[in-house]
Design a protein around this ligand. Sequence first.
Ligand code: ADP
Ligand code: ZN
Ligand code: ZN
Length: 738
Amino acid sequence: MVCADIIIDISHGNLDKSFQYLVPEWMQEQIRPGMVVTVPFGKGNCLRKGYVIGLGTQTDYDPHKLKEIQGLASGEETTESRLIELAAWMRERYGSTMIQALKTVLPIREKVKSKEKRYICLNTDRTAAEALLQKLRGGRAKARARFLEALLEKGTMEYSEAAEYGAGKAVLDFFEKEEIIRIRYEEITRTAVTQALTAPGDRCALTDEQRQAADAAAREWKKEKPRPVLLYGVTGSGKTQVYMELIDQVLQEGKQAIVLIPEIALTYQTVRRFYGRFGDRVSILNSRMSQGERYDQFKMAKKGAVQVMVGPRSALFTPFPRLGLIIVDEEHEPTYKSENSPRFHAVETAVRRAEMEGAGVLLGSATPSVETFFKVRSGEYAMVRLTGRYGESRLPEVSVVDLREELKAGNRSVLSRELKRDMESRLQKKEQVMLFLNRRGYAGFVSCRSCGEVIKCPHCDVSLSEHNNGKLICHYCGYEVRKPEVCPVCGSPYIGGFKAGTQQVEQVIRKNFPGVRVLRMDYDTTRKKGSYEKILSAFARQEADILVGTQMIVKGHDFPMVTLVGVLAADLSLNAGDYHSAERTFQLLTQAVGRAGRGVREGKAVIQTYHPEHYSIQTAACQDYEAFYEEEMAYREMMDYPPSSHMLAVLGACTEESLLKEAMEYVERFVRRIYPGEDLHVIGPAPASIGKMKDVYKRVLYLKHREYSLLVSVRERLERYIEVNSGFRKIYIQYDFS
Ligand code: ADP
Ligand code: ZN
Ligand code: ZN
């Protein structure tokens, strides 16, 4: 027996409400999630169309009472069909419920919250609306005319205001159906942005190298078996120019394009470039939007009112009718991995969606992720390159400062002597300085300031994290030791955690350089809406000499007057306690270095570290990605970390610590029992890197294996085991593949 879960009306967002039907035998070979089928529905069994969202062999009902699917509505594949198919793939690949997967991919309009105001705005150009107004004035539809006149005057109005002009629901429905107006659920920035943007068409001739890159990518997608293309180009080489050229080609074919950018890069500058080139054919998503706003954006995309969607991870699911291209900018960014179930990776999912839609995929980066470059090497992805920066600007000179030497020379400040000297000379010349304290993934490692030794897990080769109880813990395998009093290598008492924050750095600067204007950008100073932009634009207008900040400051922005970039402690990300540390460090350093010397003046970067010999620092200093990749792959292969092997994290969360501990031990024993032997590597369970959050405890068990499919089947069996086992009732389990 095969039965199917079917949703009858997708537009109302009743995703939780599916109905089970029997699949007749003749259909069993063809049917798959996303297909449109006809089914008898309700008391009268009238025929309705529905979407298949899942297939199975079990039912909670009496199988004799299930109705049978009538037929396949072949040729009625819609955008939703393909998105549902994508959701089914995500469910299987990343592990989640089908409902969670559907809610991730389908634009669902949730019920309007009472505090959500509704607005009416014009949905056509003014001349068309004015012409209609002329016509209405002559006729008898007085309310229509009065309302339209007022709207033309105001641009937008609150929904409730329409009544003042005698326009009730019928009038508004009429205008909405005629696509003269649009109802929005919040006043959003789109109009504000377009009005403020009078930027001239950002359309410059491509350089020869850019032209070749664009042509090569376009050629790849015309092949019979098109591959995703990695656009590998140093910062400032003009990747965005290549994106825009390729988008242009897609639009000319009558297709649409999605551009994913990391949330943090979603700044005015980026948005302005795309608007400048494509005008109001572009729309923007961001994560601050409400469900309603996002739904509005998706609706416009579906109707064809916009052709290019720019946004973070979730923009990937824009329901364009004819998707031609997906671009993932800064494809190496960890924010492309979702933290919610399904924990999908946007790059992989983009590749899958493009495959289903027959669209091209372009992944852009100056520091491609190890996973992506691995696929380039194996031939799964194609690659095109941009080797030079655009125009005059050159990559800066890089100097690596050994902090151990500073301590030896009696300097215990966060600024090394070299960095301080360089700052003095730049400030004298009225040039600008950026200081970067790279706290991403900072997990409280312990190191020796005399010899640089970092206390590591003997089993996992990642640094141990310091906990309040004076213990050091490995977040992979759970290994624990007491924090040593002196360095186990050199015996120095200068051993401890790294505590400096951006605020302390700011104080140090003010003390060392009295009168210098300093701006600070970190989590504290950017909490208010718009403050991020405000700080950056003040710095761009040279209202400050020094900008101090976390990784936020290394993204995207061009500051031609910045000639010196200082990385205060490269080790913070190097010892973050997970297997990505070296990769993240290389990426951050490369980006930071790329900030210096964007203008005609020569730039310099100073990297301060206790590990000047580490390959991620050495290779970043000479901007040699491929050398970094070789070293990093050797490490991943030796330790069986992805992409050399695959990893599944089983994450458990619970408010009761002892219960969670016991449950995770059951998980471990179950996994060991169903897959005995050396092949499947079981590590942990251990406390998660944030072991407790808002009184919820978290533990994690890692499984490693060369075959992804084996991990998928472990997950499926584990899911069933947990479902029937009452001991897990209070435990929330998530799966995370890498
Ligand atoms: P990337 O995205 O690779 O970091 P950008 O696309 O931001 O590089 O380009 C860096 C700078 O060079 C930008 O200011 C951009 O306007 C300029 N630029 C790049 N290519 C061209 C071109 N072909 N013509 C004019 N300006 C260009
Ligand atoms: Zn030491
Ligand atoms: Zn360990």
